[in-house]
Structures are given as C-alpha cells and as structure tokens.
Design a protein around this ligand. Structure first.
Ligand code: AMP
Length: 411
C-alpha cells in the first residue's frame, strides 16, 4: 500500500480524529443496534490507538438524516456497545464520552478535555448538510478538533465528503487506519499484481450496475464467470431463449461488446450452462432444472445456476490463484434458489492457495450464510466502495490520504 499508515505515526498524547464507519443497522426507533459488525471491524484500529495513548475522537455517519438532527439516527446507542466491546478486547474499561454535536463549542470543549487513552464519539456527521456537501468551512471545523487525522471508513471512501476528503486539506497528514489499510492491501493486490490464474465471479441482479467492473476486469482476468440475474442479458445476447428471466433489453449491445472484448483478449467468459427455473418469483414456486441448450419456457424464469454450472465454475475456481467475487449466483434469499451461491462460496473457501476477495453487500451476506466466511482471505466491508475499486476508479477518500514517505515528518 502506498498510503501513509497509522502505524507510522506518533500517537502518544495526541488528539487523533478517526473517521469510522459506524453506520450500523438499528431498530425502527433507533434505540437498539441490530448488528455491530461494523463497530467490531474497527476494534483493531481503536485498540492500536488506545494502547499508544492517543486521545481518540471518533466520527461517523449513520443512515440518511438529510442534513438535520433526527433522533432515530443518533450515534448515542453506539456508546454503550463500544464500551462493552472495548472492555472485552482490552481487558480494561475505557472511558467513552459522547458529544451531542460533531462541531461547535461542545465538541471543541470535550475534545480539549480528552485525556490519553480516552474516547470521544461525535454525533452523526450527516446531521449537518455541510458533511455531504464537502463544505470547506465545516471541514476546517472538524480538523480543528484534532492534531492527527486517520480514516478507517473504507465503506465511505467512494464519497468526497467533509470527513473523508475535505478535512484532509486542513490537517498535517492523513493516514489510513488498520481496516482501511487491510482493504487497500487486499483489493490492491488482487487488482494490481494478481497471481495468475486470476478468476473473477460476478453475479447479482443487474448488468447495468456492474458494467464498469466487467470492463475493468476483462483487462486483467484469465476467466470471468457470470451467474445471477445478470447472466440472462448475456445469454439473450448470444441468442438463447430466456423466457421470463431478468433481462435488461437496453444493455444487449453492452453485453455483446463485453463478449467480443473477452474473445479478443483471450479471456474465458463463462455463462451458466444449466438453470433452476421457476414459474413465479416466489419461495414456493414450482421449479425445474433446464440445461443450457433448452429454451427457458415462456413465463418461467431462471433464479439459480444448476449443478453443471456449479461444476464448470468450481473447476475454474479450483485452479485460480486470485479470486474476486461480487454478487450472488441466484436469488439466495429464498432457500430453493440458494444452492448455486452456497456451492460457489464453498468452492472459493476450498481453494486455500488463492487470494480470495469477496465484496458487495449481498455476496458478503451470502458468504456469511454459507458458514465459510472464516476461510475467505478478505471480505470487504465496503459495498459501493469495493465496486468502484473493482471498476478501477480512484476513491476520493483514498486519494486524499497522504502518500507513504510524505507524511511521517509532517505528522
Ligand atoms: P446485486 O445487488 O446487483 O449484487 O444483486 C443482488 C440481488 O440479485 C439479490 O437480491 C438476488 O436475489 C438477486 N438475484 C440474483 N440472481 C437473480 C436472478 N437469477 N433473478 C433475479 N434476481 C436475482
């Protein structure tokens, strides 16, 4: 990774502003945290900073309050959970205070009073419209709270907001936290210096969401395996009857262009060769298995890859040294159409010789559902951010970080 890491900074007794992603799912009234994965993902960075006696100021967004305070999007419920998780991780109690505003007099005073080894959690950044507008005055105010800045919110790095981009112009150096560093190391290695064979697996609903990813990956991979709803636009482009399967008719040209680009580059472009089709989009629909040469009957739709496709894809996956996976192979939320995705998850987990990287919200929940998550080398925490990374786009929150070598003296 070419970016300055929090590891190279002297944190002792310094006020460290750490942008985190505590955008956790909450109960309807906002009082209860339903899943604390995102908080747990930042624990290594928090522990690292606390053990080095930093004064830690944490800032995050939560939900979409649209630029004004909304009680159900308050970060206050995070305080107790954070305290409990840190107590367990560190084996000692940590003082976690809460500032009811992320800027202004209260935030300033509370951050000044922070002692080494203590935490101040700021209220939701998006209670101010200036956060998403990347307002320079607001960025300067946030920067005024700290002496050092680090960003651990990979999931927000594809947005140029005040706390991810603007603030970096007003601090001596902007470092990557440990989670950010891990994301950039794994995703960067997969895309920039992949060990070959490099196999990418793409799925999910829409071609239109992934066309940028397909274009970029076609330049790098040895094989591209496509499943899920998006496969049907490609199959249709190749002249296959797809019945009522998902089709983006306005993307047929794009699909044809991708197929011919793959051919020119010598990339193996594998589409499903059999399908689990259903007479309705429903859990209890009637289902049939259809081989690739048979047309999908009118009114029926392909909702999962069949066993021959699983076998075909598994062979490619087993021989890979680098694997990138984004998007499920079928409607995995319904048990009748989950098998393909679960089998592909198992195949990716099985190949321990490969660097395997899984990104995107749905593929991550599929991997967790499959029970093999622990065997995947890297599960990305950023849905949109990991997609943009795979598209080869520069993420503003990453671009804004100080280059390694430039920052140690500045900080
Ligand atoms: P995405 O967000 O683009 O990764 O798409 C994920 C969604 O695609 C999931 O909710 C899946 O249920 C859905 N999906 C996957 N395969 C199919 C399919 N064959 N037909 C319709 N939807 C699908």
């Amino acid at each position: 990774m070419s970016k300055l890491s929090i590891r190279s900074l002297d944190l002792k007794d310094k006020r460290l502003f750490l942008r985190v992603d505590f955008n956790v799912p909450l109960s309807e009234d906002g009082s209860e945290i339903l899943d604390d994965t995102r908080i747990r993902e930042t624990l290594p960075t928090l522990e690292f900073a606390l053990r080095r006696h930093a004064k830690l100021i944490l800032a995050s967004h939560l939900g979409r309050p649209k630029g004004k305070p909304v009680a159900k999007y308050s970060l206050r419920p995070v305080v107790d959970r954070l305290r409990a998780l840190l107590d367990r991780a560190l084996g000692q109690s940590v003082n976690v205070a809460f500032s009811p505003d992320c800027v202004g007099e209260v935030a300033r005073e509370m951050s000044q009073q922070l002692e080494s080894g203590q935490i101040l959690l700021l209220e939701n950044l998006r209670f101010h419209p200036e956060e998403e507008a990347n307002d320079p005055g607001f960025s300067r105010e946030l920067a005024g709270l700290c002496e050092i800045y680090a960003n651990d919110a990979f999931g927000s790095a594809h947005r140029a907001h005040a706390s991810t981009e603007g603030i970096t112009h007003f601090v001596p150096a902007a470092a990557a936290g440990l989670l950010m560093e891990k994301e950039l190391t794994f995703l960067g290695k997969a895309l920039q210096s992949p060990e070959k064979p490099f196999v990418a697996i793409l799925g999910g609903a829409k071609v239109s969401d992934k066309i940028g990813v397909i274009d970029n990956l076609l330049r790098k991979v040895d094989a591209l395996l496509i499943g899920g709803g998006m496969a049907y636009t490609f199959l249709k482009a190749k002249g296959q009857e797809i019945g009522g399967s998902l089709l983006e008719a306005d993307k047929l040209d794009v699909a044809r262009a991708a197929l011919s680009s793959a051919e020119q580059r010598g990339v193996r472009f594998l589409l499903p060769v059999d399908h689990v089709v259903a007479d309705r989009f429903a859990r209890d629909a009637k289902t049939r298995l259809i081989s690739g040469t048979e047309p999908v009957p009118p009114g029926w739709m392909g909702l999962d890859i069949g066993p021959a496709t699983v076998e075909l894809f598994t062979r490619e996956i087993a021989g890979a040294r680098t694997i990138v996976w984004n998007g499920p192979m079928g409607v995995f939320e319904m048990p009748a159409f989950a098998n393909g995705t679960m089998r592909i998850a198992a195949a990716v987990a099985e190949n321990q010789a490969a660097l395997s990287v899984v990104g995107g919200g749905d593929s991550v929940s599929a991997i967790r559902q499959s029970g093999v998550a622990a065997h995947i080398k890297h599960i990305s925490t950023g849905g949109g951010a990991s997609l943009e990374f795979l598209e080869g786009k520069a993420l503003p929150g990453v671009a804004a970080l100080t280059e390694a070598g430039d920052g140690a003296s500045a900080a």
